[in-house]
Design a protein around this ligand. Structure first.
Ligand code: SAH
Ligand code: SF4
Length: 362
């Protein structure tokens, strides 16, 4: 069977080259061609011995998921749709800003966790993405974007694992992809420029801290267990006290000295001043920043977005207590590329997609 070289990080590629009787420095050369140069054609890897190039062309391949959709929003946000086979497609979003280019990467086709306000969750779940499908999003995006990019720097300077899926539910593949993002022979991003967002898989947060500590964002969304149980069903398994303790443990190994709490602003559900004050109690012992995300609607969600004035007041309560609080700009919503709007195409195997959506208001 042909092996896909995009499935390997440096250690994996060394291992594969060893089976070919090739030295580690050959693996390093090829790794650099693949990821630093975005080269997918062995015949163009000019400093690699010709005999090895010919052998790789027969026994190996470089297969990133093919691009099947590409839309550009008015604000410059660009959404790519990649085919991952059998009727599934995933979305990747590029968000250009003055001083950086952030790529929002997917980790699963769909998501099994079913948060009440999330369009990906509503789609149901198909499967975990392979390493090649995860890193392939970055590989493809750099190739597609660099062409239009005038400087020597690559277009993507930051990666956030905030696309479709729960990254820590696809732990091994996500960690291998993260290692490639950080590797100087691949993408060379600093740990601070790579962020994993989790809905709170407590044991896997510890595992991430041990295997590959990068910046961490936690999807909090509620100040108490009663409400969080309804919004983020995973909370029933890992309630807030455990989640806060896991955040503190993570901070001991994290590249940043704070955790980012993401908090979706749902009108009349979690956006009162009293909710903000309750949050202050909850996070008292966790150095953190808050990132408020105005809810992005999708059909039959049953929720609506808090008004700007409400979001501003909510932020003020947090900031008055000394917590740095930002409100996420809604980017790319005219092409359904904003947070929580990514749906791609998911061949649901959980039966959820056919369920009738319920209302959730307090
Ligand atoms: N599964 C991971 C990462 C992907 S979602 C997680 O849940 O953290 C990235 C962020 O978008 C999360 O904070 C998620 O809760 C939020 N989100 C989901 N649906 C949303 C919506 N409709 N509007 C705004 N944010 C949403
Ligand atoms: Fe999955 Fe995150 Fe959406 Fe929840 S918010 S359903 S964990 S992608």
């Amino acid at each position: 069977m042909t092996v896909n070289l995009l499935d390997y990080d440096a250690a994996g590629l060394n291992g594969y080259f060893a089976t070919l009787g090739e030295k580690p420095f050959r693996a390093k050369q090829v790794l650099r061609w693949l990821h630093r140069n975005g080269e997918g054609d062995f015949s163009r890897m000019t400093d690699v011995a010709k005999s090895l190039r010919e052998r790789l062309a027969i026994e190996a391949c470089v297969a990133a998921p093919p691009l099947v959709g590409d839309s550009l929003a008015r604000d410059g946000t660009r959404k790519f749709l990649f085919d991952v086979g059998r009727g599934n497609a995933i979305e990747t979003v590029f968000i250009p800003e003055e001083d950086r280019g952030t790529l929002c990467v997917s980790s699963q086709a769909g998501c099994a966790l079913d948060c009440a306000f999330c369009s990906t969750g509503r789609q149901g779940f198909s499967r975990n993405l392979t390493v090649a499908e995860i890193i392939g999003q970055l590989w493809q995006a750099n190739r597609l974007l660099d062409a239009a990019h005038r400087t020597d720097e690559r277009a993507v300077s930051n990666v956030v694992m905030m696309g479709m899926g729960e990254p820590l539910a696809n732990f091994d593949n996500v960690v291998t992809a993260l290692r490639l993002m950080l590797d100087d022979n691949a993408y060379g991003l600093s740990r601070r420029r790579v962020t994993v967002s989790t809905s709170g898989m407590v044991p896997m947060m510890d595992a991430l801290g041990a295997a590959c500590p990068v910046a961490l964002a936690v999807s909090l969304h509620a100040p108490n267990d009663a409400l969080r149980d309804r919004l983020v069903p995973l909370n029933r398994k890992y309630p807030l006290a455990e989640l806060m303790a896991a955040c503190r443990r993570y901070l001991a190994v994290a590249p940043r000295d704070f955790v980012t709490f993401e908090y979706v602003m749902l009108a009349g559900v979690n956006d009162r001043d009293s909710d903000a004050r309750e949050l202050l109690e909850l996070v008292r012992d966790v150095p953190c920043k808050f990132n408020l995300i105005p809810f992005n609607p999708f059909p039959n969600s049953g929720f609506s977005r808090s008004r700007p004035e409400r979001i501003r007041r909510f932020a003020e309560v947090l900031m008055a207590a000394g917590i740095v609080t930002t409100t996420r700009k809604t980017r790319g919503d005219d092409i359904a590329a904003a947070c929580g709007q990514l749906a791609g195409l998911v061949q649901d195997r959980s039966g959820r997609a056919s369920r009738v959506p319920g209302e959730l208001q307090r």
